[in-house]
Write a protein that binds this ligand. Structure first.
Ligand code: FAD
Length: 489
């Protein structure tokens, strides 16, 4: 047995199964040290919800590693310094890690690997938790894709979701090493609302597999119909698990292929009527790939719109509007229900994310970056690539984005996707006695109906912060000014 160990540096890959870095480390036959180094990135501090999830995910990962004979070492500070001192202490000769494709993180990892190689340490950077590396797919002109359908068509042709076999146990490094505890990282604030937030979630690999099993058994085949109904559990809820790498995306696709027991690529190319749910779900996974592709190819989009003309858009710095949106007190029930679901669960339904996003940037004319940073802080699944793509989509300034002039009417959106008002009533209990006909526009309900529902508007629940038709016209006028200015050079 070689005496020198190797190191596996983990980040957003908190799983044992199909973890390429761990599997490669096992192939080296060297004893393995698994280390998580907590280091706040230069440009992005971890959001509050992400920090909470991370603390639980690290606990679960540490437990999982233990059952495979490995210990999770925890450090904090400068990644390079911490690794250098670990290498010095243990004589480690190799380091393995899975790539993260966020621009800053990728750059740090590349710099790190160069510096470690200068110290004669072999560095192996493996593919991150995506089907493709974000530079793998380019259009016929060898340029990045900016339209999802073209990207996805190209992706399907080259789809490979084989999973690597994970050993049943690993050779751990036995001498004891200094490690912080997860609590030392101060990821939790330690209040009761954190436990409430977590109550329907099980961060970690086991939780991820359980969510996937439930989804495959109960939702997948109807996903095309259920995914747009926010009052039911009609989606996979895998997003935080995928973000933290608690399950590999290859595992998700392989288990789908196993469930349907036929050629998945063929299904994606030409789904039959009863395979539409499968095609639709894998396409969403495709959006995740697309988001990583766009962020890698256009790293400036972290703060700037992909369509640069939107930099000159005339926003209103509506602080009160932003506050009412954050608190779920805009007076538009579907918007407020979404924001309260986010506050109580750390997650929001995709359809409602689009509605609340559109409302913030178009009805209130608040810059998309404000919404993005609120989501960043409050979502368990906060993911740089997906969040930026989502917000630039709602604003109309990103890749394959919604046209600016399409302004969601929050009343009609509510009536279309929550026709019986069940979603609204769940998250806004003040409105629970309002009949369906008025649930998305309580300000139009006659006095006697409001009396019977025991609600006084303006006291228990607000009037709309802005009138829809006025807001629509104002947004279109602002857009026109931007286009006119652009045309005038
Ligand atoms: P499912 O419908 O079950 O989809 C399966 C998986 O596909 C998701 O877990 C996710 O990884 C991926 N996915 C689905 N839709 C999208 C999409 N539109 N773009 C990229 N990937 C997608 N998703 C995040 O993971 N993190 C974010 O920070 C985030 N911010 C968003 C902000 C806005 C304004 C909008 C409109 C969307 C955002 N999304 C984000 C995308 C989407 O809303 C969530 O991925 C989805 O709601 C997660 O729920 P689920 O796991 O049940 O999804």
């Amino acid at each position: 047995m070689p005496s020198f160990p190797c190191i596996v540096k983990v980040f957003c890959d908190l799983r044992v199964q199909d973890n390429l870095a761990l599997i490669e480390a096992a192939r080296s036959k060297q004893p393995i040290i698994v280390v998580y180094i907590h280091s706040e990135m230069k440009t992005r501090k971890l959001g509050k919800a992400s920090a909470l999830w991370l603390s639980e995910s690290l606990k679960a990962f540490s437990k999982e590693l233990k059952s495979y004979g490995l210990q999770l070492i925890i450090k904090k500070g400068d990644v390079k310094k911490e690794l250098e001192s670990l290498i010095k202490e243990t004589g480690a000769t190799k380091i393995f890690f899975n790539k993260s494709y966020e621009p800053d993180q990728l750059k740090l990892d590349i710099d790190l690997s160069r510096e470690l190689e200068n110290l004669n340490v072999d560095v192996e950077m493996l593919k991150g938790n995506y089907l493709f590396e974000p530079w793998d797919l380019l259009n016929k002109q060898h340029k990045p894709f900016q339209v999802f359908t073209h990207f996805w068509k190209c992706a399907i042709e080259r789809l490979d979701f084989a999973i690597e076999k994970t050993p049943s146990s690993f050779l751990g490094y036995t001498p004891s090493l200094a490690s912080l505890t997860i609590e030392d990282l101060h990821l939790r604030e330690g209040n009761e609302s954190e436990d409430e937030l977590l109550q329907n979630w099980t961060p970690g690999e086991k939780g991820a597999h359980a969510k996937l099993s439930h989804f495959l058994k109960n939702i997948l085949f109807q996903y095309n119909e259920t995914r747009d109904v926010p009052s039911i559990n009609g989606t996979s809820l895998l997003s935080p698990h995928l973000h933290f790498g608690e399950i590999s995306v290859q595992t998700v696709l392989s288990r789908i292929a196993k469930t349907i027991d036929c050629d998945l690529v063929r299904v994606l190319k030409k789904p039959s009527k009863d395979q539409l749910g499968i095609e639709c779900f894998v396409r969403e996974i495709g959006w995740r790939e697309f988001a990583a592709h766009v962020l890698y190819q256009f790293p400036e989009t972290v703060t700037k719109p992909l369509r640069r003309n939107f930099e000159r858009f005339s926003w209103i710095d509506d602080k009160n509007g932003l506050l009412s949106w954050q608190k779920g007190m805009t007076g538009y029930p579907i918007v407020d229900a979404g924001m309260r679901q986010l506050e109580k669960t750390g997650w929001m339904h995709n359809r409602v994310r689009m509605i609340v996003g559109s409302f913030l940037v178009k009805h209130l004319l608040v810059p998309w970056q404000r919404g993005e940073s609120w989501f960043w802080d409050t979502l368990f699944d906060a993911d740089l690539a997906n969040n930026i793509l989502g917000w630039q989509w709602v604003q109309g300034c990103g890749a394959d984005a919604a046209p600016y002039f399409r302004i969601f009417n929050p009343v009609l959106q509510g009536e279309k996707f929550d026709s019986d008002g069940l979603y609204v009533k769940r998250w806004i209990p003040e409105l629970k006695n309002i009949p369906s006909a008025y649930i998305h526009k309580p300000w139009l309900a006659p006095e006697d109906i409001l009396d019977r529902a025991k609600i006084t508007l303006g006291i228990e629940y607000p009037y709309p912060v802005v009138e829809h038709e006025f807001a629509r016209k104002r947004a279109l006028a602002s857009f026109k000014i931007m286009v006119d200015n652009q045309n005038a050079g």
